[in-house]
Design a protein around this ligand. Structure first.
Ligand SMILES: [Zn+2]
Ligand SMILES: [Zn+2]
Length: 147
């Protein structure tokens, strides 16, 4: 955790930003809830428990800054709410998501699986791919078991 905070601090410094206490508190909430795909409101509510003085507008600005600097990713699962997500360290592609249309659970696929698809797209469209987003919508194993 501390090492990741330190690296994020360096990323901010590299762009002439400081990891202020409020920014650091925001980063910690995201790291502590890494698998939860938090929205800005979720981050705000969790932050308020520890830092009651922090405002929603500050949280929004911090999240946008972290997103611009590519520290966190922004993703939308089709419900119109922007959610924030961290990529696995060292991964050069964003992980995929499985969204259950019944219970709303979001699971992650960390294996890339798209190497061949990327090659084909790059060749067919003469397009240099940097990253991709892949969201599957369906019924998760938990809901399937209940049927
Ligand atoms: Zn994710
Ligand atoms: Zn489900």
């Amino acid at each position: 955790m501390e090492e990741r905070i330190e690296r994020i601090k360096q990323q901010l410094y590299a762009h002439n930003y400081k990891l202020t206490p409020q920014r650091e508190a925001t980063v910690r909430v995201i790291l502590e809830n890494e698998e939860d795909h938090l929205s800005a409101e979720d981050v705000y509510l969790l932050l308020k428990e520890k830092s009651p003085e922090i405002g929603l507008a500050t949280v929004y600005r911090t999240l946008e800054l972290l997103h611009e600097l590519k520290v966190i990713h922004k993703i939308n699962f089709g419900d119109g709410v922007a959610r924030y997500d961290l990529n696995a360290e060292g991964a050069d592609r964003f992980h995929h998501h499985l969204v259950c249309v019944q219970c709303g659970t979001v699971d992650e696929i960390l294996e890339d699986l798209l190497g061949d698809v990327e090659k084909k797209v790059e060749k067919t469209f003469n397009f240099k791919i940097n990253d991709h987003r892949l969201v599957f919508h369906g019924i998760c194993y938990r809901c399937k078991d209940e049927e």
